[in-house]
Design a protein around this ligand. Structure first.
Ligand code: HEC
Length: 176
């Protein structure tokens, strides 16, 4: 019994001791707004939080060649010993051999910007300037047949791009 009581005392002490006098958990430190801006990079389907900047496929071709080609291949169609294709497969999702790529599967173009900015190139994530992310996103969407080569992507135009599978998830959501 003594052992249980002592455990309880220790448990209560540990539970209360992590709270500071003002009632906050007393952990970590508050970030200032500049620090928050640096990590608050999530972009939703409406394009909220997209940064200033712009780019076209014409500009994105050179970004792709320098920073993506080695892994995703010419034309972004992947290949042997390469990462998965990023384009192609439009219209295959309901067939026996669905090919899920950015252009055939992803419902929103804003996800492409978000993903590339935070995760690519795989060996140097978050190293691209925002203009480069807009441009290389435009290049991929152009390769995939979704936009014209000269179409400029920016915070206003990117959310307006209609991805081929935009409505493909509706029935999944409607059932919930
Ligand atoms: C060092 C190799 C490498 C480089 C360089 C690279 N990628 Fe990737 N990329 C990958 C791998 C591997 C994956 C799959 C990652 C996973 O599934 O977690 C991937 C995934 C992706 C995806 C998601 C595909 C999907 O359907 O889920 C996109 C989009 C993408 N890369 C774009 C780019 C762009 C744009 C660049 C250049 C700025 C780039 N990548 C450079 C290796 C690379």
């Amino acid at each position: 019994m003594f052992g249980v009581k002592r455990l309880l005392v220790i448990a209560c002490f540990s539970a209360t001791s992590v709270y500071a006098l003002d009632g906050s958990p007393g952990l970590g430190q508050a970030l200032d707004s500049a620090e928050i801006t640096g990590i608050d990079i999530s972009i939703d389907a409406t394009g909220r939080n997209l940064p200033v900047g712009s780019g076209t496929a014409l500009q994105g071709a050179s970004v792709y060649e320098a920073k993506c080609l080695a892994c995703h291949g010419a034309g972004a169609v992947g290949g042997e010993n390469l990462a998965d294709p990023l384009v192609g497969g439009i219209g295959t999702l309901t067939t026996d051999k669905p090919l899920k790529t950015v252009v055939s599967y992803w419902p929103y173009a804003t996800t492409l910007f978000d993903y590339v900015r935070r995760a690519m190139p795989l060996n140097a994530p978050m190293s691209l300037a925002d203009d480069e992310v807009y441009a290389v996103s435009a290049y991929l969407l152009f390769l995939g047949g979704v936009i014209e080569e000269s179409h400029e992507l920016n915070a206003e135009t990117l959310p307006q791009v209609k991805m081929p599978n935009r409505d493909g998830f509706q029935s999944v959501w409607a059932d919930r």
